[in-house]
Design a protein around this ligand. Structure first.
Ligand SMILES: C[S@@+](CC[C@H](N)C(=O)[O-])C[C@H]1O[C@@H](n2cnc3c(N)ncnc32)[C@H](O)[C@@H]1O
Length: 188
């Protein structure tokens, strides 16, 4: 089974849509922090696109996602990148490449887990990436600032991204992180 958590108006074929608000594409109305209708270790994939930034307390959310995933199951989380995300009053968190590592164990995959947060070593990090355009611009802070600080240019960039050329960037959202975490197998 696959779950599209915080699905909103998006129907993802093959996924059960869960959202805290009802809607035509929502199969189950529920808070992602409490999903008792899913058995433990029963879900293959939890896909959560632009949801985590809306949840005040991430720990219960991550624990519940961890509970329902099968060992080896994956959380695919898409979140806005960087502090700019906090300009939106509906957003409670800003994310960078390290944020989700607070929920991973130090598994030798190239990063040092933050020891003070190893109370929540729930997952293994499979991958963390910025979408391609962001990845390029991020390393040129002046260019990033030049774009972000000029609403017209920022608007043009977002328009360009909604063209076929940038279809790889979901919904023209930018910049965003795509994080894949895996629930460890029981005996690892
Ligand atoms: C920005 S929308 C993203 C919708 C969709 N995933 C997409 O990519 O377009 C955020 C969604 O998360 C839902 N949401 C917010 N907090 C939630 C929670 N605690 N549990 C489940 N859904 C939640 C909202 O109702 C909303 O539909």
């Amino acid at each position: 089974m696959k779950v599209n958590l915080g699905c909103g108006n998006v129907r993802k074929p093959g996924y059960v849509g869960v959202d805290i608000f009802p809607g035509p594409e929502v199969d189950i109305v529920a808070d992602g922090r409490f999903m008792p209708f899913f058995k433990s270790d029963s879900v293959d994939v939890v896909y959560a696109s632009h949801v985590a930034e809306h949840v005040v307390d991430l720990y219960p959310l991550m624990k519940e996602v961890h509970r329902i995933l099968k060992p080896g199951g994956r959380l695919i989380a898409l979140v806005p990148y960087g502090l700019r995300s906090l300009y939106d009053p509906n957003h409670y968190h800003a994310f960078n490449e390290t944020t989700f590592r607070f929920f991973t164990r130090n598994n030798g995959s190239g990063h040092e887990a933050n020891r003070s947060l190893q109370r929540f070593p729930l997952f293994d990090e499979e991958s963390t990436r910025l979408d391609s355009l962001t990845q390029f611009i991020r390393f040129i802070p002046k260019l990033q600032f030049a774009i972000e600080s000029r609403p017209k240019i920022a608007w043009l960039v977002s328009r360009a991204q909604s063209t076929a050329l940038f279809r790889v960037l979901p919904k023209g959202r930018w910049p965003q992180l795509v994080v894949i975490l895996r629930k460890p197998e029981a005996n690892t």
